[in-house]
Structure formats: C-alpha cells, structure tokens
Design a protein around this ligand. Structure first.
Ligand code: DGJ
Length: 729
C-alpha cells in the first residue's frame, strides 16, 4: 500500500485501495510509465516489450535501437528527442535552444502530502495512510532539476501530482510549458473522452466523443477556469456508463487558464495531460529559483462515472476546504439580486429581511449595489465604502435587523475588478492589468485589477476586513464578472510579462488565504457570473460556488448533472427563483423549482414580498423539509440515475452516509403518453435493509436495486417528485 520501490527492477508501485500506478527507471535514467488502473499485485511482472522501430522513430540511445520516445510510454515527456506528442515540459535555455534531457537522479518517500507553494492542494490527514513519492530528474547540461511529486491517498483512492522546477545552473531558464500530470497508456487507444463545456448560463454540459486518432485540447485562455471548459478531462472505455466500466480522469486545482489534452499517436499510445495553459504562461527562472506547478488530482474508477464522482465528492468534501464550514450544514440563504437588481433602498431590504425570517430562511445576502456610486453596472467597482444615499442607516442596521431575527447577514463583493468610473480608478489607473500603449478592453464596463501587485491585495484586504468587522458580516459572495484581455503588468520586466496571468492567480490565492484566516467563521461563496470559476482552486478557500446565473429549473438539471461529475452537491449554490424565469422566460411550478434546488445547496432568489399567501405557505413547507433532509443532501452519497440530456425525464438520488435515508428526485421535463409505465432502479443500497416511503409503502434494498421502483404518475411538463424513504429495519 502507499508507495513502494523495487530496487532490483527499478520499479515504483503506487497503490491505493482500488488502484495501482506503476513506473520504472529504464537503463538507469529514463522514467517510463507502465500502468494506471485497477489494483494489481505488487509482484506482477511489468516489462516493456521493446522492439526496433523504423527510422521515423529515432533513437536517443546509441546502443539501444529498440528505444524511441516515439513508442515508449513516458512519465514526464520532453520535446526534441524523438517524442512527437505534446510534451510535459518545454523550456528555452539562455543560448536560445530548447532541447533538454531530464534523467533520473534519485527519489525519496515521505509521509503525508506537501503544499505547492502559495497554491491550493489536497491536504492529507493522518488516517488517510498517505505517502508522497518525489522523483528527481535532472538535465545536467542546463542545470534544470525537475521534482515529480506523487501523493498517494490510499483510503481516498486518489493520487495527486505536481512538479517543482529548480534552476541549479548558472544561467536563466525560461519555462514555456509545464504540465502538472501526464499519463501515457501503452498500446491502448480504446477510449472515448468526456469534458464539461459550456457558456454563461449553461455551464458544465457533458460532452462525450470518441478519442479517434488525433489530439483533443480542452482549455481556457481567459485567465479564469471559465464557463466554457472546466479543468477536467476523462478517458472512458466505450462501454463505460454511469454504473460500470473504466474511467481515468484528471482535475486541476487551479482557477486560471489551463490546458488538458488527450491524444493518440500512430503506435496506439494515448497521452492524457493537464496543467497551466502555455499560451498564457512562461516563467523566467533565475539560478537557484524554483517554480511550482498547480496540483492535479487523478481519479481512476472501474465502477463507471458515478464511481469516479463519488471519489471526487468524498475527497473535495473532506480534504479540500478544511475550515469551519467543512463539517457543518450550510444555511439556507435568500439573495436580493433577482428580487431587486440595483433598485433597492434601506426600507426594501429591511422588509425582505423581515419576511425571510418569517419563512424560516437562515441567511440574508445583500448583492451588488450597496457601495460606491453603484446604481448600474457602469460604475463604482473598487469603491468599497457603503453608499449612504441608498442605505442611509448603513449596513450595520441591516446586519442587526437580520441578527435580531436570528438570521445571518451576508454581502456581495467583486474585489478583483474596478470600474473606470470609480474613485479607485481615478487615483490608481496603474493598478489594472494592461499593456502599455494598448486600449484597455472593457467587459461589463469594468477593468481587472492586477492581483499580482501587493498594494492591490493590501488595499482589498484593508477594505474588506473593515467592512466585514464593522458590520458583523457572516457570509461573503465573491463575484468576478469578466475575463482577461491585454494581459500584462507594468511592474514586471520584459522577460516576465507572460507571468502576469499566473501571478494574478497567486495573488488572488494569497488574498483569499489572508481573509479566510482572519475570518475563519465567515462562509465564503465563490461566483463568476454564475459558475465561471467552479473549480477546486476556488473550493479550497470557499466551500461553495454559485453554480450558474441560470436559475431555470429545467436548465439547472443539466447544469447540476454535469457539475456533479466532479463537484459535490454541497458545493453547488441552487436557488428557487421567480417565474417566468428571468433567464429562460419559462414557467415552472414552485414545487419543481424547489425539487431542483433541494438537490444542491438550497437558497431563494425572488421578491418574496410579492408572493401570495399560498406561495408563502408552500415555501414554509419547503424550508422545513429541506432542513430535515439537508444532512443527507450535503453529506450523503449522490448517485446519478437517469440523465436529463436528451431524455424526457431524469432522476438522481442521495443516500445518507449511514444508509438510513434515501432521497429519490424524479423530474418529468416533457410529458409523454406513457409516463405512468416508468420505473427506476436504485443503487448503492444494502440488500437486506428495509425502507419505508412517505405513504407507508415498504421496500427491501434488493427490490429497489434489482426490480426497481415504480415511479409516480406525473402529469404535464416540468413536473417532479421527491420520494423520501427511511430505513426501518
Ligand atoms: C453576477 C452574479 O452571478 C449574479 O448572481 C449577481 O451577483 C450579479 N453578478 C451582480 O452584479
């Protein structure tokens, strides 16, 4: 278990409870990859069947014509010595050349995990039986040393990887590309790929296509992990489904531009990799300096896509964000954005607070518009002082109004941005990301602060700490509403301009670290025009993310389904909003809106002052129901049963950690003539457990799993049903 090294065969075996990962040092210097997949015995014979290739696969070893990097599986591929696929590393040396020959030097094995400097990571705990293997490769000509870190979390069934580069030479080295993880599958190209793509209001849609005989790049060049692609890529067997079959996946713990790639070469060698996006990056490494890559999480499952997701969910719920809220049930919030947009005053907010408390809501969140001269999205960002014209009694009065009614009070910020029409911009126009002599493109009428500058971090830290402390704020919604353009930083030298984007992310993480340490009990929720930065980097600091600005329950089914491939339901902000829906114009019942929101971190976002008594009564009931089932939703096992993509109905279930409760959510998106002939099989239950539903009907676990539950008859489009079953024996 953990890490072992066979000094005779020069083989490394990394073992988790269900997986093995095997490498070898060939000829005492080349680190090759043997295997990643279902666990095999350590004694198993792993050997590369090396055969001589044609002259189009050149040989970097004069005495070994059977070795070409074109054909053998490599652990950390460089470019320029017979490997023609995308490399894990690319550099430019001081003489302008690009070829390096990293060779095995040494290795060490240490307990636990290691934090990549200034970056979020998976922190192992003592009971995880975790070990870290560090393999050192070196290019003797340039003095570049490469340390490959593999942390094996045996119990969690996870391996994390990262890379530390050190310049031990005498001249600077420019790093042009560094992938956090690369895996070669030797003579194995029987795959399809899955990625999560999207756009604003339709994030993390599932895309699955054959791998074919070419490369697929999934990336973001936007300076954020993005709405368009999530930093996740999986290889699956064509026969893999939600419940069965192999999945090999990577997820990058990073919130900026990234690249993931899957490709197959002519010899049937498949390469999967993930790391920083090279288009947006280079790093000028002076002698004795180090560079650390973000950490990648590698998850293998032989139990299909649900098997993969459950590994991620468990890991991210317990080993990513580790603060005050990690083991606590999250409060049900109400946010005023879709109720008022910018059009509110002290009275309106006070009335909303009062009404929310009557309904049993636990946290009131005041969104955009409380600060500076901010009555539209055209001005004010950066001026983090309360707008006394709008809120003459200040934030304190609102926060007290909530607290006096037993509710928490939360506030919206968009710290990384500045409006050109703001006092901050007028006094510090140089604080923006920009390129001298170039127009500063605006997005949503705003520019981006250069988070790599310490004075920017300090300003934001100062403003935010004083607003939070003076007004007793319990929750922060941290928004970010545009992507990067004209990326550059006037404080960096010319060789370092391409560091701006990564330095921005490092600066952002530094600020977040300081703030969460200062306010350990404040609950932070990340947002980027909805889910434009739904990634494990953000979840390390802020345990929940606003999943999408699209609050339409039908669209949300697809968004939450795709998001759940990697991220647990507790991390997904999911609100009941008004109808017709503001994004889609669709009308759905309050029941269905709640049944979709209840499958995540539930909240409300509508003008409750305009609701009828009947609607208020229904909301009261929803809130009390969610409070009862919240533990199972937020810390139970989530299982996808029927996909909303391309089908008229869909379903998912939650199973309490101790199996005492089942929540089956069934959604009928489009009515069909034979709705009432439907049944669904549940999974993950103990065969002999006896469950009883709300109507008193009893079922054994084996019946629910093998015969299946007859679904209730639903009528009409957009209907839904939550079936709750409790174990009685
Ligand atoms: C974008 C967010 O996603 C919304 O929820 C809201 O906070 C607006 N920004 C406010 O400007």
């Amino acid at each position: 278990m953990g890490v072992s090294f066979d000094s005779e065969k020069k083989q490394f075996h990394l073992t988790t409870c269900h997986t093995s990962y095997i490498m070898e040092v060939l000829l005492g210097k080349h680190l090759v990859h043997h295997y990643w997949g279902q666990r095999v015995k350590i004694a198993s014979a792993f050997e590369l069947p090396l055969v001589e290739q044609s002259s189009f696969s050149p040989n970097p070893e004069p005495e070994h014509k059977e070795i070409s990097f074109d054909t053998i599986p490599r652990e950390f591929p460089d470019y320029g010595r017979s490997d023609y696929e995308s490399p894990a590393i690319e550099v430019q040396l001081a003489d302008g050349t690009h070829v390096i020959a990293p060779e095995y030097q040494s290795h060490r094995i240490q307990p636990g995990s290691v934090q990549p400097k200034g970056l979020p990571f998976i922190e192992a705990e003592t009971g995880d039986s975790s070990e870290t293997l560090v393999i050192t490769l070196a290019d003797s000509f340039s003095g570049l040393t490469i340390e490959l870190y593999y942390t094996v979390l045996e119990k969690q069934d996870v391996i994390t990887r990262k890379v530390v580069l050190t310049n031990q030479g005498e001249k600077p080295i420019t790093i042009k590309r560094v992938m956090s993880a690369t895996v070669d599958f030797f003579r194995d190209d029987h795959f399809e790929i899955i990625n999560l793509y999207g756009a604003w209001a339709m994030e993390r849609q599932v895309c699955r296509i054959p791998l074919g005989r070419h490369g697929h790049i999934i990336d973001s060049k936007r300076g954020s992990s993005s709405h368009e692609q999530n930093p996740f890529l999986a290889l699956v067997r064509p026969e893999t489904d939600e419940f069965r079959g192999e999945v090999y996946s990577m997820n990058l713990i990073y919130s900026g531009s990234f690249q993931a790639e899957a490709s197959v070469n002519a010899h049937g060698k498949t390469r999967l990799q993930i790391g920083l996006n090279p288009i947006d990056f280079s790093w000028y490494l002076q002698p004795d300096e180090k560079f650390t890559s973000p950490e990648a999480v590698l998850v293998y499952s032989s139990r299909g896509l649900n098997g993969m997701s459950q590994i991620y969910h468990q890991l991210y719920r317990t080993r990513l964000y580790k603060g005050y809220w990690s083991k606590r049930e999250r409060p049900i919030l109400i946010n005023n954005w879709e109720a008022t947009y910018f059009d509110f005053d002290q009275d309106k907010i006070e009335q909303l607070i009062e009404e929310s408390s009557r309904l049993g809501i636990e946290l009131f969140v005041l969104d955009d518009g409380w600060f500076g001269k901010r009555n539209s999205d055209k001005s004010g960002l950066g001026d983090w002082w309360v707008n006394r014209e709008k809120l003459p009694k200040g934030l304190k009065a609102l926060s007290e109004a909530a607290h006096s009614r037993g509710m928490m009070f939360g506030l919206w910020f968009e710290p990384e941005m500045v409006s050109p029409d703001s006092d901050l911009y007028r006094s510090h126009p140089e604080w923006c990301l920009s390129v001298p002599g170039r127009y500063r493109s605006e997005g949503r009428n705003q520019l981006i602060l250069d988070m790599g500058r310490e004075e920017v971090q300090d300003y934001l830290y100062q403003r935010m700490t004083s607003i939070i402390s003076e007004n007793n704020i319990n929750y922060i919604k941290w928004d970010m509403n545009r992507n990067m353009t004209e990326v550059g930083s006037p404080i960096l030298s010319s060789e370092r301009q391409k560091e701006s984007s990564h330095r921005y992310i490092l600066g952002l993480y530094r600020l977040l670290e300081k703030l969460i340490s200062h306010f350990p009990e404040v609950l932070f929720e990340s947002c980027s025009g909805g889910g434009g930065r739904f990634d494990p980097g953000m979840l390390y600091y802020m345990p929940q993310t606003w999943t999408s600005d699209n609050t339409d329950s039908v669209e949300r089914l697809k968004i939450q389904w795709g998001t759940s491939y990697v991220y647990p339901p507790i991390s997904m902000g999911a609100h009941v909003s008004a109808c017709p829906n503001h994004q889609m114009g669709r009308t759905t019942s309050l029941k269905t809106r709640a049944n979709v929101a209840m499958a995540g971190n539930m909240g409300y976002e509508l003008d409750i002052l305009t609701l009828s008594d009947r609607e208020k009564k229904e909301i009261l009931q929803q809130l009390s129901l969610y409070k009862k089932i919240r533990k199972t939703v937020q810390s139970g096992k989530f299982i996808r049963l029927r996909s909303p993509y391309g089908s008229a109905s869909s379903a998912w279930m939650f199973l309490a950690e101790d199996q005492s409760e089942i929540l089956l959510f069934f959604y009928l998106t489009l009515a069909t003539p034979y709705n009432n002939f439907d049944k669904i099989r549940l999974t993950g239950l103990e065969e002999d457990s006896l469950y009883q539903d709300q109507s008193g009907q009893q079922y054994y676990g084996d019946y629910l799993m093998y015969s299946g539950l007859n679904l209730p008859e639903l009528k009409g489009d957009f209907d839904s049903q939550l079936i709750i079953m409790n174990r009685i024996g």
